[in-house]
Design a protein around this ligand. Structure first.
Ligand SMILES: [Zn+2]
Ligand SMILES: [Zn+2]
Length: 407
């Protein structure tokens, strides 16, 4: 079996992996990194079939270009299909606004939607003499690991989380010969989720007690829903805004892909949704505002920040990783944000909480050992050596972009 990574292997970039096995060419993910300027994988060879692990753009962002080039089926789950479609249209819109090159058109997204072939967890498919089984990855709703059984068994993890969150059960190891493992948090550990949740809620209590408001910037996909579930533990007046509204509606229709659909529906139902301009004004007075974008790069969060940024009683509680150079990163380190060309000081309290949807270092090591593989290919991370050190009983591969390895 030969593997060739077209992108996103030596760092968290636009992931794409080509597998040659049984006279078949399979491709796993074909993403786009929404940076400035965006990053893309190398052009794919002709392939027979595609697999899409989940709806984050660094995995799905170039799937329409792939479908346009190949006219193939794309195996995935139903929530991944719906949320990818939403994000792909949005990325096309952003490319238009920012003047980035467009690698596909609206018609290609439509074609991609028709090309999606949906599978549920634990279901199996026969593809060119290979048996494919799909497992929950625990990362975001609908996220999947693909188990490919030929002469040997190979597991492609996509992005994974092994610990439970409010939204999802963590994933478990799958026995295989070849493990292709994401490495995002190589060398880094996460704090216990329950503790993180409590710290966030305590900070909101503190903010409200001193007469302030709390703004909780979130990613639309997964994070909005998880944060609404955490906030539902207390009786706050919560409003939510941004693209997370549509994603929340989608996830509520996918019972088999959520830890407790009832808990999700209750939490979303108990929060107030910003429906229009006038309700956005109403939301300005809320105790807690949950809104995109998670790194303060555009989205309604900037409107809310404009209102409260000079109020030292209020707080801005970041819930995700802040990429260097983003507004969120600038706020954390310099207490400033950029909005419409101006750099503005922010006097609110600023905190960051680690609600990562990825397994931490020890969890990745434990997962890998549990799969009992012979070979491990580390991908999608820039600290793969850290993981390799703790996995020295296995044959480890750390290919670079464009490099072909044979297992
Ligand atoms: Zn992801
Ligand atoms: Zn990723």
């Amino acid at each position: 079996m030969k593997l060739n990574f077209l992108g996103g292997v030596s760092k968290v970039g636009p992931l794409s992996m080509v597998m040659h096995q049984n006279d078949m060419t399979l491709i796993f993910d074909h993403g786009m990194l929404p940076a400035d300027p965006p990053e893309y994988p190398m052009r794919s060879p002709l392939v027979d079939i595609a697999f899409l692990s989940h709806s984050h753009l660094d995995h799905c962002g170039m799937i329409p270009a792939l479908v346009r080039q190949n006219d193939i089926r794309v195996l995935t789950t139903h929530p991944t299909l719906e949320v990818s479609e939403l994000l792909l249209y949005d990325s096309l819109k952003i490319a238009g606004i920012e003047g980035y090159p467009k690698h596909f058109e609206k018609a290609d997204i439509k074609r991609t939607k028709a090309a999606f072939d949906m599978m549920g967890y634990s279901s199996k498919r026969e593809i060119g003499g290979l048996e494919v089984e799909i497992h929950s990855a625990g990362h975001i709703p609908g996220s999947s690991m693909f188990e490919i059984k030929g002469e040997e068994t190979t597991l492609f993890t996509g992005d994974i989380n092994t610990s439970n969150s409010r939204l999802l059960w963590g994933t478990s190891p799958v026995e295989c010969d070849n493990l292709i493992l994401e490495s995002t948090y190589g060398g880094e550990e996460h704090k216990d989720r329950g503790e993180t949740e409590k710290e966030l809620l305590d900070k909101i209590d503190e903010t409200l007690e001193r007469g302030g408001q709390a703004i909780v910037p979130v990613f639309a996909v997964g994070r909005t829903q998880e944060i609404l579930m955490v906030l539902n533990d207390r009786n706050y007046d919560v409003w939510y805004d941004g693209m997370g509204r549509t994603v929340s509606r989608i996830y509520q229709n996918h019972e088999g892909f959520i830890r407790s659909i009832k808990a999700l529906r209750d939490s979303v139902g108990n929060a107030n949704k910003v429906k229009s301009h006038s309700t956005r004004k109403q939301a300005m007075d809320a105790e807690v505002i949950v809104t995109t974008s998670g790194m303060l790069e555009g989205g309604p969060v900037l409107n809310y920040l404009q209102e409260i940024r000079r109020d030292p009683k209020s707080s801005i509680l970041l819930t995700g990783y802040q990429v260097e150079g983003t507004n969120g990163d600038m706020l954390l380190n310099n207490g400033m944000i950029r909005d419409r060309g101006a750099t503005l000081p922010v006097e609110c309290e600023v905190e960051k909480y680690d609600f990562s949807a990825h397994a931490g270092h020890s969890e990745l090591v434990e997962f890998a050992k549990g799969c009992e593989p012979e070979n491990i290919v580390l991908m999608h991370g820039d600290k793969r050596e850290e993981l390799a050190k703790d996995l020295d009983e296995f044959e480890i591969y750390m290919p670079d972009e464009g490099e072909t390895i044979e297992l």
